[in-house]
Write a protein that binds this ligand. Sequence first.
Ligand SMILES: Cc1cc2nc3c(=O)[nH]c(=O)nc-3n(C[C@H](O)[C@H](O)[C@H](O)COP(=O)(O)OP(=O)(O)OC[C@H]3O[C@@H](n4cnc5c(N)ncnc54)[C@H](O)[C@@H]3O)c2cc1C
Length: 579
Amino acid sequence: MPNNVHIYDAVIVGAGGAGLRAALEASKGCKTAVVSKMYPTRSHTGAAQGGMCAALANVEEDSWEWHAFDTVKGGDFLSDQDAVDVMCQEAVESVLDLERMGLPFNRTPDGKIDQRRFGGHTRNHGEAAVKRACYAADRTGHMILQTLFQQCNKQGVEFYNEFFVLDLIIEGGVCGGIVAYEIATGEIHTFRAKAVLFATGGYGKMFKITSNAHTLTGDGPGLVYRKGLPLEDIEFFQFHPTGLYRLGILLSEAARGEGGILRNGDGERFMERYAPTIKDLAPRDMVSRAEFFEIKEGRGAGPNKDYVLLDLTAVDPEVVEAKLPDITEFARTYLGVDPLKEGVPTVPTAHYAMGGIPTNVNTEVLRSAHGEVVPGFYAAGECACVSVHGANRLGTNSLLDIIVFGRRGGLGMAEHAARTKLIDIPDDVAKPSEDWIASLTDGQSPEPIAAIRKDLQEEMWDKVSVLRTDEGLGQAINSVAHLRERYAKARVKDRSKVFNTELVEHIELGFIIDMAEALVISAKARTESRGGHYREDHQKRDDEHWLKHTFINKTPDGDTRLAYKPVTMGRYEPVERKY
Ligand SMILES: Cc1cc2nc3c(=O)[nH]c(=O)nc-3n(C[C@H](O)[C@H](O)[C@H](O)COP(=O)(O)OP(=O)(O)OC[C@H]3O[C@@H](n4cnc5c(N)ncnc54)[C@H](O)[C@@H]3O)c2cc1C
């Protein structure tokens, strides 16, 4: 076997919660490897704060069906209801499974897993907020990631850390592996596999203000897009209402779940006007929009009236210190504000991608809006769109999504591997990746990529964030096309083969540009407002024309094509979304 060719049954790209949960399951049935551009425990799942929800009913009466209703209504009725049922039903066992693996959840006085409130999660179809989020202080994601990584090691999952996946191998419509760049040596590796799962996370780095890690650049969905396969619902991006002013660092919604209140510059609890029943715990799209409106109408706080305040001063200081220690520290460290004594300046921050690589409930990747699959190719977690979150995700539903669909992905891969053979692939399958890497260092760069990235992030923030218009989106489409031309001329100065981070950032920027293109084109076409996609020029939801998923793909001549897929309905018919 030639050097740098590896053979597995299942290869998983990404070592966040979705990838590790998939690896744990797949490796029970077949030879499994995880390939990750970062050391696993640095994945963004480790930054998740507030919790993972499941209708355990440990603290208050609850049911998986109420949870499903909240998820569909929170998603503004764009969620596929078969997938939502799967997620909410499997939630309880998923949490208990993590508990059995040793995850240190916070406890009630009688020793059960404790639960707290989060936005949009309600009792009996919207009557009042319910305690559904299981948590480990405000470090829930960190605990999930550490627990899963330990379990994977115990079970002998093989890891290729700091390997950057550059290409997806598809022959005759069937997936046969991946090609990756080893960051420590600059060498190219080929991984042949019967099944490949993408779990590469989100792509918030296309926006100026974001809660996302620097590494969340949409490499997985970007690769899928380059292969001519479709992406789903990319126009739906979530802006979280409480990012630290100017920085975007997240202050978990748990702060409001524990009793925190949002106030405008006049000290008014403005959410009472927008969501009279559950107020500050309305879904994120509604709260972020309310903040933008308050600021736009001159009721912001601070010298420039350009933020709102998260007020925790009425919450018991012991609760703040015990259950929200990290975010309290963030406010003190980064803004010099003590949340126990004064309001914390906050603004919406780009947080979560509802759209992604389309899959069915078994995480098999869809080849088109008609629902055929790409055999051997799977996707799970934030990079995928199954679609449980519809047009807007509820807090704590993502950690749940990655565990439920990560497990299903692992199971599906092991079953697929047991009944198939490795497909034949050309000997020179890694050649395009080798040529690509070589071409990036073949000349002088007219400008540094940091300038291109900054311009992209500012344009996306100004024209494509919480409030959108036809005109702004049209300008953004032109800007992204222009930025793509600038990017095509840019070159990497550093020619070294060892830890060439300039090269890595260069490749990542290309994927963010792809994702920005897919987002702006999908968003301009959708002439309605739904969930995270708000059009000032089309302010109403339009179920007659738009109760459908967007599929976007690149054609061989470099154009883009849009298609639409009906939403899988179920028990819940669309109603006006009041909270
Ligand atoms: C600050 C913050 C707080 C959050 N809090 C919560 C919360 O309380 N509750 C909740 O439900 N959700 C929360 N979320 C959302 C949730 O954490 C994420 O959606 C989820 O963890 C994503 O998990 P993932 O496994 O899909 O991806 P990630 O954890 O992002 O992992 C992605 C993996 O892909 C790998 N990768 C990417 N590209 C490549 C490539 N080219 N080659 C090789 N490997 C690659 C990376 O190395 C990484 O291992 C939060 C998010 C943020 C940013």
